[in-house]
Write a protein that binds this ligand. Structure first.
Ligand code: SF4
Ligand code: SF4
Length: 191
């Protein structure tokens, strides 16, 4: 992902080609990506439509994409990428659109909890080097105030050893912090 994109000066399609080396122009709308997408029915624009909207380079459609729910529903399963005859890396495109949507403060209101989950997930990885399920749940609940949501599941998960009270940590935590630092520096570096 890169925030120093040329999206502001040119189109989203240009920024995607420039930043990700993915050419949406190669799409010929066969629809295989949408047919295979497991969350297609939950999306406002299925993946083939996302690519078509990018191809138009129409600022109104670009705005709709950055405000769409689709970009937050994508679970990066790569089914679309695997099926695409033109090998268009749609998950990478979705990730890029999510990043721009956040930067431009255009996140779809329905995706608010998904964004908080994403942040809680990254925090856990940043501080322990691993995903701490309990830490993730606590962080997510504090961010969303969904304190009682799914709470009845906790005893069953603990009994099955799915929740650990003491988080696992990697030995070299500094290396993980450096990865995050480098990513932030890269994002802040001007073009
Ligand atoms: S990567 Fe995203 S868009 Fe592609 S099939 Fe999976 S969920 Fe759908
Ligand atoms: S599978 Fe590839 S070529 Fe076909 S519609 Fe999707 S992105 Fe376009």
């Amino acid at each position: 992902m890169s925030s120093h994109s040329i999206y502001k000066e040119k189109s989203l399609a240009h920024s995607i080609e420039h930043d990700l080396q993915v050419s949406v122009a190669k799409c010929y709308q066969c629809g295989k990506c949408s047919a295979g997408c497991p969350v297609n029915s939950e999306m406002d624009y299925p993946p083939s439509v996302v690519i078509r909207m990018l191809q138009t380079e129409d600022p109104i459609l670009e705005e709709k994409l950055l405000r769409s729910y689709s970009i937050w529903m994508c679970v990066t399963c790569e089914m679309c990428y695997g099926r695409c005859p033109m090998e268009i890396d749609i998950p990478k495109v979705m990730d890029h659109l999510r990043e721009l949507s956040l930067q431009e403060k255009k996140v779809n209101p329905k995706a608010k909890h998904i964004v908080q989950f994403h942040k809680a997930f990254l925090d856990s990885v940043k501080y322990t080097g691993r995903l701490s399920e309990l830490g993730l749940i606590a962080d997510y609940k504090m961010r969303t105030f969904a304190l009682t949501q799914d709470v009845a599941l906790a005893p069953k998960m603990i009994a099955r050893g799915k929740l650990h009270f003491i988080p696992e940590r990697i030995k070299n935590k500094l290396s993980m912090k450096n990865i995050f630092k480098k990513t932030i520096n890269k994002k802040e570096k001007p073009e």
